[in-house]
Design a protein around this ligand. Structure first.
Ligand SMILES: Cc1cc2nc3c(=O)[nH]c(=O)nc-3n(C[C@H](O)[C@H](O)[C@H](O)COP(=O)(O)OP(=O)(O)OC[C@H]3O[C@@H](n4cnc5c(N)ncnc54)[C@H](O)[C@@H]3O)c2cc1C
Ligand code: FES
Ligand code: FES
Length: 1373
């Protein structure tokens, strides 16, 4: 490999100079530069050098040091950066408040605006705002990284409406993602501001709400169902601060004056590369546009911004038409509604909703179709920024508005300096991907949306991978006009999005159907014509070709039914002439509406004789919750820059398997601000180190084995320079064979890291005796961690004795310490790793974070400077791997009564290019492959596959969710073959009794498993609801419901013996205050909260007297990773030991002064020279499995549980809605029920995502397409079951863990499986409609595509199957 990095002597290439740019764009007359004036949190900001390329988010975080607003994705998709913008409208004398994504808001857009961030509404130093208080106290914050965004969305809603409806609340949260909580507690907290009454909806018709009065006001009742042993009060709404809007920041009067008094004038802001012009009026705008025809008209920046950030688009001049009133006008004319093109989509929606309420229904068909799409287009923040004109002119093929506007012949008014023209938005308007018929110098001034008339019917359809805040996969706008008083078509217009590079018109189909009657013949002909006309090659970008084609005709069928139903209202019976539509087909036209989640949380109250003030067993709020809500909680990237700090950007491979021929960094190093390149040659120690599961290379040496493989890094003065330079490094590759990406590839090439097997009984002999046998397989897709805080690290060289400090977002500080030390070639004692808190991790920050820390440490070592590295979301997703995809192939022997006698199963997991934790994950999958079932004869084999993907790694529940999903696949197959319900087969085969035997032949007590199962069936009213589901399915052809209950059994504990140890350090100061630390890290799971509860209980002092400042390798050495739901068990015991040692030392003083206080005893001990610093150590069990013999103990104990889910699917689109889930978990004696229930709900939500929606897509060359929230959908608030009930099993004890508790953090990921199988149940009902009764495979995730294509019907059968030899756009790895 050749390396070229030396910059040419004496050359310092500048970016193309501003003078040159001006020359080419004729900008000479705009020589003045304006001062940008705006307010932030009531303080005036005067920015002399406003750079048009700077977004508000980095400005807040870096320039103003307001770090409460977080970076989660940078593309408007996650809501972590939500802030409120207020503007004064001088014409209407009105202040408007709206939420925006600061990451997409250019700084220059803020002229005259007031920005409010989370720091501006409340703080622990002054007063906490009720929004902040409620989300914190209602346990709506775990890692806290999404919390400021949630707070600001809610705050903005309340500023506009102090008593919002729940529907408004739902809309305002649609653009905010949370990866930790499962949303229910956030919704519960914010619902306390809403008008609608709260009802758990479980009282049944005519009966009162089970939650009683206390729940009505937002809290919960003490007891339920007369059961004094169960409690459901996680927070007390009565104590909440009232909302008092007189306390809010006022809009700055100076800005009002500015808006009212000053004549509008042209503003110009200029950065190094870009000029931003704000024309004073329309004439000037047109003048500018003719002068700079290539300059975009930046309105909301929701299209331009992502294109610049992610696709490298560059615009030297940008025109922002904020002062052009014509672009914002709203006018009702005789023909319809004329909207200025810059009207925001939120404003448009409000105007349309009002018009629909006020105008005759027949005139508002088009308005209604638009509102239907607008309600789910983006999130609220996007709709507040994005403009109608921008949506049209962006020409996106998945625009949700264009198909309707085109189908209904909307009229566009285009103006330029030379002329004004009016055109129809039709098939001629879209000329290519992102291109329209607009001339470069033209501006879209307004859009006329016509009123509909009596015989005109309009509908809109869309199907996305998530119901809200997701681009459509396919959408459509359809309009039919009938000849008066007939069902004969006079005009038909249908446009589709998502089926080509532009919005596509089904012109020929529409033409051929003119003069046809609206009847069944028309339906089949229309479908055939549509399929002929709208065709997609197998390799079409976006993939899912058959699904997309099926959607086009399924949408038409929905339209057909809708129109038919309307004709029934419009025409007399005689005029209809055709057979009626069967009643059971009608629900096909109704959308699957979802409501905000609500539910019950049941847990055991503490014993009546527990000491007052003892927090153990109490639902104590997360220690940092209030600080999360105010933005005061410090995460790694919130730490201020160090003197001379450099930023590190990584250079990664663009090939999946190739030899590196050369690395050429010459051009990159010439860029201004760039300091150096960091390569393997700079590593002073070892490049291959223990990571911690296996030896891995830090920098790739010569052969890249995945796209995203780290090759080298660039350090520069700031992030922008470093990223630019990293992109400029030229790497020449020579592709290598073979390219192994999928599990099938790995099997074919026998590319395995290793193999594991477990055997019980005699499978071969058992197969001889069984009644029946079946075979099947299931594929479980991978999953991205999507922690809200991406990987980041700050390395500070101390300049003395080789000491180095690493501040890092990592679950395993010890590993970062040892890896950095090995890479630098220094002893471990020179490296201190510190972790204050992590913004979510879920296993993804155990191993990978060490590698990034090591590279940053090499950079710091080479440059002598502090080095920071923060991965962008796309980089993080590309590099860091995730949950392993699994393939399970099975053969099952069973009796016709449902007893399963023998299972032979082979599973494969896709480990990627490095081993990482793949073997351990495979082992856990095998150990849990029995799930909750006793199968006498089992033969399990697992292969850890080595492929050319970034290595997959630890992820919450470590292979066990995949195992249970495979198991439930053969369970449902057996049930179907035996003609029994799946729940019956499950029940028959459940483990029972005190002396059950694990797969590796150890004894365990499974009685709580059966208790959970029975209690779940009962509390979920499973049997009654199953009957109701069947009834529903009889009455509905195209909507089906499904219900499923699954047992859960999960191992807890590390099966690597040396990891089962922990340490703690307790220091008491003379004032009695206690500083505590231990080996675990806080990543939102409430570990530190539980630890303080333990210390408080032991020392019998309030939690407030104890402080836990951080986790550091300098205080507690040689720690285990914070993982496996085991950290309270380990560290809690170590803390307990430390406390007990201290108490022993204090004992003499307590004895001498029994009436004394804690402070007295501490002081006395000090005066008597007794050490007030103690350590605690816990030596856990020796857990291990002998894989040769298939024997041993892989678990400290089991978590048992059961989960019951009900869903409804739309058989025509593949959409589904989660109606209800009931989860019961055996958490032992919970140390903190609020934390445990929060973990259960959050884990369930991740399981729901894993099994139903999160889909990673790779190109056939191994490139990950899904690199951000726009492409990869984690559950949003709309995905959580409308009813989510969680109970902790009462009366459970666990002698293995502290205070008889259990580590529940991971277990409920498995519960998501009940949703997958409820969906399968619903699909089974749909397939029965077409006579399909046999087994079928439902792979995970059950995306709309999976569901739709499994609901085989006349429409799916019409779509030709893609030729197998053609290359698909994406592959299933
Ligand atoms: C996270 C996210 C989610 C989204 N979800 C959806 C979705 O579900 N459905 C959907 O349809 N869209 C969605 N969008 C796209 C969004 O609706 C469009 O980006 C938006 O409408 C564009 O408007 P804008 O004002 O932000 O345009 P800008 O980004 O400011 O401009 C876009 C383009 O339009 C041109 N332009 C703007 N106004 C005019 C005008 N008056 N005359 C001439 N040219 C003009 C500009 O020159 C530029 O080329 C989403 C976007 C994001 C970021
Ligand atoms: S960081 Fe702005 S929306 Fe994600
Ligand atoms: S608390 Fe919402 S992402 Fe962690």
């Amino acid at each position: 490999m050749t390396l070229h990095f030396a910059p040419e002597q004496g050359t310092t290439r500048e970016f193309r100079s501003l003078k040159d740019q001006r020359k080419s764009f004729g900008m000479s007359q705009h020589s003045i530069m304006d001062e940008l004036v705006f307010f932030v949190n009531g303080r005036k900001v005067r920015e002399q050098n406003a750079d048009p390329e700077t977004m508000l988010l980095p400005y807040l975080r870096r320039t103003l040091r307001l770090t409460g607003t977080k970076y989660g994705c940078g593309g408007g998709g996650c809501g972590a950066c939500t802030v409120m913008i207020s503007k004064y409208n001088a014409l209407e004398k009105k202040i408007i408040h709206f939420s925006v994504n600061a990451c997409l808001t250019p700084l220059c857009m803020l002229y005259g605006a007031a920005v409010t961030t989370v720091e501006g509404i409340g703080s622990t130093r002054t007063r906490i705002h009720p929004v902040q208080e409620r989300i914190a106290k209602a346990h709506g914050s775990q890692c806290g990284f999404c919390t400021p965004g949630m707070v600001m969305s809610m705050y903005t809603l309340l500023r506009n409406n102090p008593t919002p409806s729940t529907a408004q609340l739902q809309q305002s949260l649609a653009g905010n993602l949370c990866r930790c909580t499962g949303y229910r507690p956030i919704v519960d907290a914010f619902r306390t501001f809403c008008t609608a009454s709260i009802c758990c909806q479980q009282g049944g018709p005519g009966t009162s709400c089970l939650l009683g009065k206390a729940e009505q006001d937002g809290s919960s009742t003490e007891t339920m169902d007369g059961d004094q042993d169960v409690c459901s009060q996680l927070f007390k709404a009565d104590d909440f601060l009232p909302l008092d809007d007189t306390q809010e920041l006022i809009f700055p009067p100076e800005l009002m004056l500015m808006e009212e008094k000053l004549e509008k004038r042209t503003l110009v802001f200029r950065g190094e590369r870009v000029m931003w012009i704000v024309p004073a009026n329309l004439v000037e705008l047109l003048e500018m546009k003719s002068q700079y025809p290539k300059a975009p008209l930046l309105v909301g920046n929701t299209n331009i911004g992502p294109n610049m950030k992610f696709k490298g688009a560059f615009h030297p001049v940008m025109i922002h038409p904020a002062n052009v009133s014509e672009l914002n006008s709203v006018q009702f004319t005789d023909e319809g509604l004329r909207l200025g093109a810059a009207c925001s989509l939120s404003h448009m929606k409000d105007v349309l909703v009002k018009a629909i309420a006020e105008i005759a229904t027949e005139k508002t068909e088009i308005f209604q179709a638009l509102v239907k799409q607008l309600c789910v287009l983006g999130g609220e923040q996007i709709r507040n920024m994005a403009s109608l004109g921008g949506n049209i002119v962006s020409g996106s093929p998945t625009s949700d508005l264009n198909p309707i506007l085109a189908a209904t012949n909307c009229i566009l008014e285009l103006v330029s300096r030379e002329r004004r023209r009016v055109i129809h938005l039709d098939e001629n308007f879209f000329v290519g991907f992102g291109k329209t018929a607009l001339m470069p110098e033209e501006v879209l001034l307004s859009i006329l949306i016509p009123y509909s008339r009596k015989w005109q019917l309009v509908s809109a359809f869309r199907q996305a991978s998530r119901r809200e805040n997701a681009f459509s996969i396919v959408n459509s706008g359809m309009q039919v006009v009938f000849k008066d008083e007939t069902r004969v078509i006079a005009e038909l217009r249908m446009f589709f999005g998502g089926v080509g590079p532009t919005t596509v018109c089904a012109k020929r189909c529409c033409k051929e159907l003119i003069n046809r009657s609206w009847d069944e013949d028309l339906l089949s002909q229309a479908c055939e014509l549509l399929l002929e006309e709208i065709s997609l090659p197998n390799s079409a970008p976006g993939g899912s070709v058959e699904f997309r084609r099926t959607l086009t005709i399924s949408f038409f069928y929905k339209f057909y039914l809708q129109v038919w139903q309307r004709l029934q209202q419009l025409l007399s019976k005689e005029d209809l002439f055709a057979a009626d539509i069967p009643e059971r087909h009608r629900s096909a036209t109704s959308p699957l509406l979802v409501e905000l989640p609500r539910g019950l949380q049941k847990f055991q109250p503490v014993s009546w004789d527990q000491l007052q003030g003892d927090p153990v067993g109490q639902p104590v709020a997360h220690l940092s919750a209030i600080k999360h809500t105010t933005g005061e909680a410090i995460y790694c990237d919130d730490i201020p820059s160090q003197e001379g700090e450099l930023f590190l950007a990584l250079v990664t491979s663009s090939r999946a398997h190739a030899k590196i021929v050369s690395i050429d960094a010459v051009e990159a190093l010439k860029l201004p601000g760039v300091v150096d390149i960091i390569t393997v040659q700079d590593v002073p120690g070892k490049n291959k180190v223990n990571m911690p599961f296996d030896m891995e290379e830090i920098f790739c040496m010569s052969e890249v084995t995945c796209v995203g493989h780290i090759i080298c890094g660039i350090v520069a003065n700031n992030q922008v320079c470093a990223k630019m330079a990293a992109a400029a490094v030229k790497i020449i590759y020579e592709d290598l064979e073979p390219l192994i990406l999928t599990l099938e590839d790995a099997i074919q090439h026998k590319s395995f890291f290793g193999r594991r097997k477990l055997e019980n009984g005699n499978v071969d002999a058992a197969f001889e005796k069984v009644d029946q046998q079946l075979e099947g397989q299931i594929h479980i897709g991978g999953q991205e961690h999507f922690y809200m805080e991406t990987h980041n690290v700050l390395v500070i060289p101390k300049g003395e004795d080789g000491e180095i400090e690493i501040i890092c977002s990592i679950q395993h500080p010890k590993n970062a310490q040892t890896v950095v030390a090995d890479v630098l070639g220094i002893p471990f004692n020179r490296v201190t790793v510190r972790v204050k808190r992590i913004g979510g991790a879920f296993g993804g920050k155990v191993a990978k974070a060490s590698k990034i820390a090591a590279i940053a440490a090499v950079a710091a070592h080479k440059t002598g400077c502090s080095v920071r590295c923060v991965l962008e979301r796309g980089e993080d997703m590309l590099i860091s791997g995730g949950r392993h995809p699994f393939l399970g192939r099975y053969k099952v022997g069973y009796m016709t009564d449902g007893r399963i006698i023998a299972v032979e199963l082979t599973c494969y997991c896709n480990g990627g290019n490095d081993l990482d934790a793949t073997l351990e994950i495979l082992e856990q999958a095998l150990l849990n492959m029995d799930s909750g079932y006793y199968i006498p004869h089992l033969h399990l084999t697992g292969f850890a596959c080595k492929t050319n993907l970034p290595s997959n790694t630890a992820f919450r529940a470590f292979g066990q969710p995949q195992a249970i999903a495979i198991t439930e696949s053969w369970i449902t197959d057996v049930a179907s073959k035996c003609n029994l319900s799946a729940e019956k087969v499950r029940e028959i085969n459940l483990y029972r009794g005190k002396e059950s035997c694990t797969l590796c032949k150890t004894i365990f007590d499974s009685r709580n498993q059966l208790r959970c199962w029975n209690e779940c069936l009962e509390s979920a009213s499973y049997h009654n609801r199953k009957i109701a589901v069947e009834e529903f399915n009889k009455l509905n052809r195209w909507k089906k419901r499904g219900i499923s209950v699954v047992p859960l059994k999960k191992t807890v504990g590390f099966s690597i013996p040396c990891l089962n140890q922990a340490g703690a350090l307790l220091q008491v100061y003379v004032d009695g205050s206690v500083l505590l630390t231990h080996g675990g890290t806080e990543m939102g799971q409430g570990l530190h909260t539980k630890i303080l509860q333990i210390a408080s209980h032991e020392l019998k002092i309030p939690m407030s007297a104890i402080h836990l400042n951080e986790t550091s390798t300098g205080t507690v050495p040689n720690t285990s990773p914070t993982a496996a739901s085991f950290s309270t068990d380990l560290n809690g015991m170590a803390v307990k030991a430390a406390c007990q040692t201290l108490l022993q030392r204090l004992e003499p003083f307590m004895h001498d002064n029994p009436k004394g206080t804690w402070k007295d005893w501490v002081k006395e001990a000090f005066m008597n020279k007794v050490s007030l610093s103690t350590t605690g150590f816990f030596k856990g069990e020796d857990l291990s499995v002998d894989w040769e013999k298939g024997e041993g103990n892989g678990a400290s104990y089991f978590i048992f549980g059961a989960s019951c889910s009900e869903v409804e699917i739309d058989c025509l689109t593949g959409d589904h809605k989660n109606i209800r889930t009931d989860i019961i978990i055996d958490a032992g004696s919970s140390i903190n029920p609020a934390v445990d229930i929060g973990q259960i709900e959050g884990a369930f939500s991740q399981g729901l995502g894993l099994f139903t929606m999160e889909e990673l897509k790779y190109s056939p060359k191994g490139v990950l397409y899904t690199r951000g929230p726009s492409q990869y959908k984690i559950p949003a608030v709309c995905d959580i079951p409308e009813q989510l009930n969680v109970s902790l099993l009462s009366g459970s004890k666990n002698p293995k863990a502290i205070y008889s508790s259990k580590g529940v953090g991971e277990s409920a990921v498995l519960a998501g499986c009940s949703v997958l199988y409820a969906i399968k149940d619903a699909i089974t009902a749909a397939r029965r409609e077409t006579g399909l009764t046999g087994n079928f495979t439902l792979n995970s995730p059950s995306t709309p595509e999976q569901i739709r294509m499994a609901c085989v019907d006349q429409f799916t059968k019409m779509v030709p199957v893609s030729a197998p030899e053609s290359t698909p756009w994406a592959i299933n790895v």
